[in-house]
Design a protein. Structure first.
Length: 317
């Protein structure tokens, strides 16, 4: 649905986006994750045709954003970081205005009515936008993106500045919209992305540093295949037993996490799975095994590692 190849963007001499490539398939809900200043909004502005690019190529449903901007834009609904709301209009006036602006062909009243119900703003449709809460304003912003029923929705930090209840409501709305749309949303907050996206693209200092499912990202980065073991027994005895397992390189006691038991991180010598051997040895020594899991990193740790490693590489830290 969206093809980005070798995208580069310079602001003057400043390289804000550096050789970024990715493909987004129809129906995917993808998260752009990265610290402030990473280049997320810049990429989104280019995808939606609001900003020119310095190098590379972007197509939406096969249409080049530079060569066929009308065609490409028609397929995208965009909620910019600062929603372009006309706050002296009522919600309905504003949506009708956007309808005219986008030269939509669907029956006007019915189309807007559908959107109003979908994003649940019926109860405020006759209120001036400036009198609405931030949560409602954000829904109106999403409603304007939906006018014309575009296949793709691009939402730049859709939950920024909202309170926890509003965040959950917007999240639910995005999840619902994800059933019928291709969605790209950006955030600098991990839990946001993890909650709604099936795929994460991590951007740091204008570079794409990862592109995978949240689960795979965590797995691939814990390359050491270390495991967490919780067993019943004394520290010295358990350390000895675990150390005696073939292939174990290091045993580190994490202390007591549960009554009468101890947790350990067990690291294998080579890139191998030692879970079976550990379980067998503990049972053989009659030490109850309570927990045995691979020590996967949380997405948060993955993110820290990726952005930190990239910074070291560039000699910035
Ligand atoms: P993000 O959305 O990830 O926070 P942006 O895309 O807004 O990041 O910005 C990426 C980088 O480009 C930042 O360092 C920012 O300061 C810079 N930048 C953004 N817009 C402009 C502009 N119009 N002129 C100059 N620099 C800009
Ligand atoms: Mg931004």
């Amino acid at each position: 649905m969206i093809e980005v190849s070798s995208l580069t963007k310079k602001y003057g001499n400043f390289l804000a986006v550096d050789d970024v490539s990715f493909t987004i398939n129809r129906g995917e809900v993808v998260g752009f994750l990265g610290p402030n200043g990473a280049g997320k909004s810049t990429i989104m502005n280019i995808l939606t045709g609001y900003l020119s690019l310095t190098g590379g190529k972007v197509t939406v449903d096969g249409y080049d954003v530079l060569e066929q901007p009308e065609q490409a834009k028609r397929r995208i609904g965009y909620l910019p970081e600062i929603p372009p709301l006309y706050t002296d209009m009522t919600v309905l006036e504003y949506l009708y205005f956007i309808y005219d602006l986008k030269k939509v062909k669907f029956p006007k009243r019915m189309h807007i009515e559908e959107i109003v119900n979908l994003v649940k703003i019926k109860e405020v449709e006759n209120r001036l936008i400036k009198t609405l809460s931030k949560g409602y304003k954000q829904r109106v912003g999403i409603a304007q993106a939906l006018v014309g029923n575009p296949d793709v929705l691009i939402l730049d930090e859709p939950t920024v500045g909202l309170d926890p209840k509003q965040i959950i409501e917007i999240r639910d709305l995005i999840a619902r919209l994800g059933k019928n749309h291709t969605i790209i949303l950006s955030s600098h907050i991990l839990s946001e992305i993890q909650a709604v996206c099936e795929r994460v693209i991590i951007i740091n200092r204008g570079h794409l540093v990862a592109d995978d499912t949240p689960t795979e990202l965590s797995k691939n980065l814990s390359k050491d295949h270390s495991v967490i073991v919780r067993a019943v027994g004394e520290k010295e005895e358990l350390t000895k037993i675990l150390s005696s397992v073939k292939g174990v390189q290091k045993v580190l006691c994490l202390g007591k996490k549960e009554e009468n038991s101890l947790d350990f991180v067990v690291t294998p010598e080579v890139d191998c799975d030692i879970r079976k051997e550990i379980a067998a040895r503990l049972i053989e020594r009659k030490r109850p095994l309570l927990v045995l899991t691979s020590n996967e990193l949380t997405l948060e740790q993955v993110f820290m590692r990726l952005t930190y490693d990239a910074d070291i590489e560039e000699g910035k830290k």
